[in-house]
Design a protein. Structure first.
Length: 196
């Protein structure tokens, strides 16, 4: 029995991440890569070695060659700004064109919320069939086409459909983008390394 417990304990230890000699230099490396995103690993190695890093260039190469998360972060940021603009415009359309009161705004928000819930419920099925990048791109296309179509023929119902579509495609973009960002950063770089 002791052997089984010892073996089980060793298996748990194997799965945990340990601190590396690069850890104390990660804030400097992160700041430097943000300022100079095309910096080569060898140049960064010289800079970190000047600060006392005793290791080799191999760990730095691994860190520098990790795919950057800037693309997914930028796309979701622009999407959220666009959603805010669409929401404000929709509120003005409901108020001015349809002469609706505050209650109509809650319908607009509710339609968007239902869209988000539907997106959360269906994004898993999409991820089984398509790559995350394709889901994000397709969501931009679907959302854009819906908004253009509603812009041509604006009615109270079509604005609610647009709100639903914006919520739906938001979830289809946000969840894969969050996953892409998490996958593109090593554990030590994002500060989520479990310690023994």
């Amino acid at each position: 029995m002791r052997a089984a417990i010892a073996q089980d304990t060793q298996a748990v230890r194997r799965g945990t991440c340990r601190a590396t000699i690069l850890d104390p230099y990660l804030p400097f490396i992160r700041d430097t890569l943000v300022q100079y995103p095309r910096l080569r690993a060898t140049r960064l190695f010289e800079m970190v070695r000047g600060r006392g890093y005793p290791g080799s260039v191999v760990q730095l190469r691994r860190l520098v060659h990790t795919p950057r998360a800037i693309g997914p972060i930028t796309s979701i940021t622009l999407d959220q700004m666009g959603q805010g603009i669409v929401l404000v415009l929709s509120l003005f359309v409901f108020r001015d064109r349809f002469e609706q009161g505050v209650a109509s705004f809650s319908n607009l928000i509710g339609a968007g919320g239902l869209g988000v819930l539907a997106g959360i419920a269906t994004v898993g099925m999409l991820e089984q069939r398509f790559s995350k990048e394709r889901i994000v791109a397709g969501s931009f296309v679907i959302g854009g086409i819906t908004l253009i179509a509603v812009g041509v023929y604006i009615t109270p119902v079509s604005v609610l459909v647009a709100s639903f579509a914006v919520g739906l495609t938001f979830a289809w973009k946000k969840i894969p983008v969050d996953t892409l960002v998490q996958e593109s950063l090593p554990d030590g770089y994002r500060g989520r390394v479990p310690r023994p």
